[in-house]
Design a protein around this ligand. Sequence first.
Ligand code: G1P
Length: 292
Amino acid sequence: MRVQKAVVPAAGLGTRFLPATKAQPKEMLPVVDRPAIHYIAEEVDACGIRDLLIVTGRGKRAIEDHFDRAIELEQLLRKTGNPRLREVQRLLDRLQVFYVRQGVPRGLGHAIACAERHIDQEDFAVLLPDDLYLSPEPALAQLISVAEQLDAPVVAVVPVPAADISRYGVVAVGEEVRAGVFRVLDMVEKPRAEEAPSHLGVVGRYVLPPEIFAHLRRTKPGAGGEIQLTDALRALCHSRPVYAVTLVGERYDIGEPLGLLRAQISFALQRPDLRQGVEDFLAEVAKSIGRP
Ligand code: G1P
């Protein structure tokens, strides 16, 4: 596998975050002082990938504006010596960002299918912007190195408590081929807890071959009436070896309010300029918890 392109599906309606997402894309909700999708673009960049395709839809223009120059603002900031746009500029110098629109929200599998013309016959990475990681090695880089070594498609998984498993794509795994890497025997999208084939949930990072598009074309609507990437992967794992990689690091599901709050705190604690203030505040809150 050789990964030179990344796809980020960002057409979802963000209903779990209404009313915050009524007039702005959920991918633009800030984690500390960067929009969530900015961290995803940084992860892509950290893997040495230069070609990023974002699958958008109606109401997502702010994403395009974020990954664009802002000439008036840049001029103003230059005059006042303010460095705060430099980081976006640095990303823009390194990444070429493309867009395709998913006219109708028919599911994650359908969103990925919209990338077919752009990806053409290449292997590619998929990053779901609801999943952010804090890890010594970027989450996608961990996946890519396994995909390269085994020359096979891989999906990221983490152990998920039984009470939450029905929110995930779940893998049935066979042999552990190396530490934390399992052969995928089967997959099911959002199973009921008692039907889940394991406790390993798929979490937002994939390395896929171009033949996934043929499987997606044949995929009928599944869980929730949507075209599911998991169902296409299920067909793929029956036709060639696919592996599940247990990621090392902390994962944050920022697609729901508590997950976003946890991410805010953890990401802020990583910042030398904010760490002390956040620690002091958390200590204050901890003291007041349980007080009448
Ligand atoms: C998507 C995928 C699912 C995966 C999940 C976690 O579901 O369909 O397989 O486990 O992301 O990142 P969603 O959360 O968009 O419903």
